[in-house]
Design a protein around this ligand. Structure first.
Ligand code: ATP
Ligand code: MG
Length: 137
């Protein structure tokens, strides 16, 4: 059993898509074991996305992530990291497979509705960024 960090991004919370996105996770066998709605500061968004510092879209990305509430969540299941990325679909919604979250809901490559950890090490780091151990049962 594996855990991954998911974020429902501001474009999706603004359009009231949290429930429909969560239904996609649950239908894929991912269990939402922790979840909270928060608003990131620009500094917190920069810290979370520090690996992308220096990329041309870094300012746009961190401003967007601080532009409204996000839902941060921990998903648990067999191969949760890979399974979540399959349910999310490709980064650019134009390339996302039909039925994926990004194909159905994303507005652009930047405002693409969800984030998901990409490896076990980043999943552990990203979960610890938002959740205390006592919140994970
Ligand atoms: P995430 O890390 O959010 O799960 P990802 O792994 O599919 O998505 P990354 O390449 O890690 O994509 O990029 C992180 C995020 O930066 C993307 O989800 C998107 O919001 C934003 N981003 C990536 N490429 C671009 C771009 N060319 N223009 C604008 N924003 C971008
Ligand atoms: Mg990524």
């Amino acid at each position: 059993i594996e855990r991954t960090l998911s974020i429902i991004k501001p474009d999706a919370t603004r359009r009231n898509l949290t429930g429909r996105i969560n239904a996609k996770f649950e239908e894929a066998g991912l269990r939402i074991i922790a979840q909270k709605r928060i608003r990131l500061t620009k500094e917190q968004a920069e810290q979370f996305y520090a690996v992308h510092r220096g990329r041309p879209f870094f300012a746009e990305l961190t401003e967007f992530m601080a532009s409204g509430p996000v839902v941060v969540q921990v998903l648990e299941g067999e191969n949760a990291i890979l399974k979540n990325r399959e349910v999310m679909g490709a980064t650019n919604p134009k390339d996302a497979a039909p039925g994926t979250i990004r194909a159905e809901f994303a507005e652009s490559v930047g405002e693409n509705s969800v984030h998901g950890s990409d490896a076990p090490e980043t999943a552990a780091q990203e979960i610890a960024f938002f959740f205390a151990g006592i919140e994970l049962v």
